[in-house]
Ligand binder design. Sequence first.
Ligand SMILES: CC(C)(COP(=O)(O)OP(=O)(O)OC[C@H]1O[C@@H](n2cnc3c(N)ncnc32)[C@H](O)[C@@H]1OP(=O)(O)O)[C@@H](O)C(=O)NCCC(=O)NCCS
Length: 176
Amino acid sequence: MSDKIGIRAATAADAEAVDTIIRAAFAGTDFGHQGEAELVRMIGEDGDALVSLVAERDAAIVGHVLFSRMAVEADGARLAAAGLAPVSVAPAQQGQGIGDALIRAGLAALCEQGVAISFVLGHESYYPRFGYSPDLAARFASPFAGPHFMAMMLDSDAAWPLGGRADYAPAFGRMG
Ligand SMILES: CC(C)(COP(=O)(O)OP(=O)(O)OC[C@H]1O[C@@H](n2cnc3c(N)ncnc32)[C@H](O)[C@@H]1OP(=O)(O)O)[C@@H](O)C(=O)NCCC(=O)NCCS
């Protein structure tokens, strides 16, 4: 097995392989449902996928990350925003930096699109290494507010907004 991991934009032809990776990655978690594959499909159909990347090893897809459009208002103005969810790595290949590479490449792609802020709902021991902070997210009203809700400015020199509201793409509201 090659050590080399390639990261590239997902295409329509990857849909089945991406679906399989998401189901496999989440089967081993305590989340207790397999809704993430369905969520990714709905976000794509709604046109709300901003960045969707796959990781490949030996020409096989071993990971996927999606960043979707959010509706964010900060200090009275709209801010271009993306939610990170879900990120999935094939169970046998976790812990080798693939999730890390996918997230960093995704954040770089969002920067190029002019996205100003990203949010994630996840583990507080994992996402701060990329720059996500619960303190920034706490400034935003959201149905997901809580200790696992984190945010980062994509330009690390940008001033933090004082407050606002952050809503995920409509597909999240249709999750069972
Ligand atoms: C989370 C996930 C994408 C990380 O990808 P990965 O390629 O295994 O991660 P990396 O190799 O880049 O990083 C490994 C680090 O992540 C940590 N990590 C992995 N899963 C974690 C989790 N659920 N909670 C907290 N930390 C986690 C590991 O402890 C390790 O930490 P360390 O670097 O301090 O040792 C992958 O483990 C996965 O697909 N998990 C199942 C699906 C999931 O829970 N997705 C996140 C919710 S959207």
